[in-house]
Structure formats: structure tokens, C-alpha cells
Design a protein around this ligand. Sequence first.
Ligand SMILES: Cc1cc2nc3c(=O)[nH]c(=O)nc-3n(C[C@H](O)[C@H](O)[C@H](O)COP(=O)(O)O)c2cc1C
Length: 551
Amino acid sequence: MEGRLTIDPVAPARPGQARNGGGAPEGWAVFLGSSEVQGGPGGIPIRAPVGLVAGSRGVRPVALDATGGVASAIGPDEALVGVLPPVYPEWLGDRSFLSAHGCRFPYVVGEMARGIASAEMVVQAARAGLMTFFGSAGLSIDEIDRAIATIQGGLGSEARNWGANLIHSPQESHMEMAFAELMLARGVTNISASAFMRLAPAVVYLSARGLTRGPDGHIRRRTHIFAKISRVEVARPFLSPAPEAILGPLVAAGKLTSEEAALARRIPVAGDITVEADSGGHTDNRPLTVLLPRIIDLAKEVAAEHEYEPPRVGVGGGLGTPSALASAFAAGAAFVVTGSVNQAAVESALSNDGRAMLAQASMTDVAMAPAADMFEMGVEVQVLKRGTLFAQRGRELYRIFRTYPSLEAMPEAERRTMEDKILGRPVEEIWSDTKRFFAERDPAEIAKAEGDPKHKMALVFRWYLFMGAQWARSGETSRRADYQIWCGPAMGAFNDWVKGTFLEPIENRTVVQIGLNLLEGAAWAVRAQQLRLAGVPMASENAGFSPRPLR
Ligand SMILES: Cc1cc2nc3c(=O)[nH]c(=O)nc-3n(C[C@H](O)[C@H](O)[C@H](O)COP(=O)(O)O)c2cc1C
């Protein structure tokens, strides 16, 4: 069955238009008795107002005619007691999000490192009116530049509903500034800043560069920062104005004008905060219901201190079904972010083999494993467990790292088992490859490792963790048991929801169909909740939305 998503005469049909970005829902009469209305929970439409009739047998929904009256006869003991307004996916979040970013839906396709959230994924999602971020983390400046050119070629210069990811790179901090310069040079106006524990100059530079005051007195941003956080103490600096200690040196270095710095002192560093609950990849495994309300309150507190509007607060992590989205919006999310579910999409740069594995996952098929980038610190990422042994092998390497001062100090038998059963190669071979890699990228690493055997061990183990992700991307099936695929429980929840529908086969999983179906289903869930609250009995089995092709 062909579903219809584009029947809203008020909301814009194309991204880039911001007509539905604010104001009253003008033209409601247009919807009264609309013949275009499609289905809804229990057959009750979502895109038309619904009358509520109360009588001795309780409350029931009724259709309304073009004048807003009850369309069919009602009983002598019944009376119209209320009208439920239409529910639109476009209106589930903060309407200012849509106008600020030129998108149609309060829905973000989250960045996925090393181009897994590919240029093609960004182009398709943005064309459909979703907000979307290219997975620039872990790529070289040249690779990012090429992807940006592809995206700009595909979307044109008018589209504003996309951006790229500035990832904190403690081991290559020069990359942060180089990335910022590239974004400014190429005119990318949305940046998702993630993994930062504190503000970095590159974030402040991007946030403050190009600030101007409009004729209405409002401060206008050239670049919008989305700060991805999962802790209160990390959120606070992004919710606050940029500190003098960073602004001063940027002005002294000629990167900011003193006018830009003056304006930066009056607004928060980030206009949008992405709260990251239990998600695929780097995660603190916090429950959305605990973290989101706290950060929304914090945004209000900090904004009140500085006397400006609070930044918008959206949320990602664990969103794989319509009711999960609906509950995030109900908890006050300005926008929602998905990640894991998009990795199985056709536009994802993960191999077909890896995508097929994701499509089989249930919600418990995930585990925490050591992160390649911060291995020595014991930082972990959430990965797919089903069909790969990566999590358990990675944890074994971390145990070895904690146990021995060097590779040479390992008992011979244990070292051989590690080479045979985990690394799949002799340590010496891996070390030669590692040296070649760092000779180009960062020769200081080799010098450090040669003087510090524990560091050498970390670099060898990081080779395995890094290659696990490479093998999954390229589909190196001989190393399937070592695939590192970042994934959260949302993937399994999504797989259960789409079972038996057109979205079950991976060839139909486009980032747009995933997004539109989650949004449409969330609108159904909201309608079902409205009906329940109005006293209409609504069994949960009637409330659910089954995926269908939407446009
Ligand atoms: C494969 C994969 C790669 C990711 N890479 C990044 C990244 O490079 N930077 C980042 O900020 N978030 C990254 N994320 C997090 C997503 O952008 C998103 O916030 C998160 O996946 C949402 O939670 P979910 O996985 O439960 O949907 C990644 C997630 C996945 C699944």
C-alpha cells in the first residue's frame, strides 16, 4: 500500500522552505472534512480534526464535516464535547528547529564516523527534509573536502539542512582547527561537535566566526553548533557564552574580530544540544528518560543566568521505533536523532555483509568493547555482538594490556594464543605495518612507542580495533568474527518493528523510508495518546503503525 505523508497544505513540501517553522497553524479549516485524510490509529485519522462525542456509553471519536459540525447522526444522550486537532510529524518537536535549519521534520540523521553516514546518505536525507550530518570523524581533510563537494553538488547552495561532524581528536588536535578552516572555506553552516569534554578553540572559532547583528537587533549565527553531550558538566560550557580564555587568543591570532568576540559573549556557544542517551558507538549508557529532562532544565537555568533564550535540546540514543520517538517528544525533545538504524540503510558505507548482520540483530545483541581511539583510558563503545566476536576479543586485549608491562613480558604460550586466536598475525608484522602508518601520519608516536613498551602494546592492539572497523566496512568476510560494528539496542527494536513489512529486507531500507516511517508512526502514537487522554478506549494493538512506503 502506498502511504501519503505529503498532504499538509500548510507545511512546506520541500526542505529549505521554512513556512512551517513557527506561528499558529493557519488554515485549519482547510483540514475539516478533508477527503485526503489517510489512516490513523484504530482507523481514526491523524491529519484531520476529530470530534469527541460523550454520552452514557462513554466518549467516542466522530468525523467532522466541512463546517466543523458532527458529520453523522449522534444519539439523543450524546453531545460534542471537544475536538482533537490534527497531528503532523512536522509539528512533533520545536517548530523553531525547522525554521532555524531549513528542514521539514524535527529529525536528525546522526553522523557516523569514517563516512558510514556517507555523502549519499546526507544528500538523500536532506532532500527529504530531514536534518543530517556527514560522518567526517576519522577521515582526512582531503576525504572530507571531497565528500563536502559531492554533497554541495547534490543539494545545491541553498540547502541548509545538513552539516558535518567535528570530533574531538585528543591524539591529533591540529585536525580540529584544520577541520574548522575547511568548514568555513566551504561554507558548511551546521557542525555537530562531539566527544569534547571541554570547549576547544576550534569549536569556539566555528561558533563565533561570522556572528553579526541583524536589523532587528538579533544576533545571527553563520555556523550553527550542535553540541553532542551525555553529561551535565560537559553540557554547561556549550550552553554558556564562549569564555574569555579562548576568545582572547582567537582575536589576538586574527581569527576573530573584536566585534565577533563581543557578540559571542552574548549567546551560548551551541544553539542546539544533542543529548546522547544509550546509543551505538561512544556512549555513557544513560537512560534517555533520566538524562533529557535534566539537560532541558539545565539549558533553562544557564540561559536565565545569561538572560538569553535557552538553546534547543534534542535527543538521540535508543530511538528505533515510533513509540520511542513519540516518548522523546513527549519528554520535551526539540528534535530526535537516530544513528544505529541508519547504518543498515542502503546509503550507509558499511559493507553489505555488515548491513545484513545488523538486520538480524535483536535488542540484546549488543555489547560494550574497548574503543580504538581511547583504548589506554579504558573508554568503551557499544557494538554489535551477534555474528562477531569483536567485543569479547577486544576486552581480552584490554585485559592483557592491564596485566603486562609489555608484549615481551607476556608468557610465550599466551602471546601465541593471542596472535593465533585474536590478532590473526604475528605481533612483529603488525608492528611493521603500524610503523609504516605512523611514519606518514605522526612519527612522534613511533619514537614514543620505542621508548615505552606499554605504548607499543597499545598501538599494536589499536591496530586490531581499527582494522575491525575497516574489515566491517569493506566486507572482509574472512575476518567477519573480528568485525567492529557500532550499534545500540535501537537496531534490534527497529528490526522487530519492521518484521514482515517492506522495510524488513535491507534493500528497501533507505535512510528516507526509515526516517519518514518512524516520524509518521510517532504521529500515530501521539494521536493514540490524545484519544486515550480524552477518554476514548484505545487498545495498544490498534495504536501501532506498520511501515509502508511513504513520500
Ligand atoms: C556506526 C556509528 C557511528 C557513529 N559515529 C559517530 C561519530 O563519528 N560522531 C558522533 O558524534 N556520533 C557518532 N555516532 C552516534 C550517532 O550519531 C547517534 O548520535 C547515535 O547513534 C544515536 O543513538 P542510536 O545508535 O541508539 O540510534 C555513531 C553511531 C553509529 C551507530
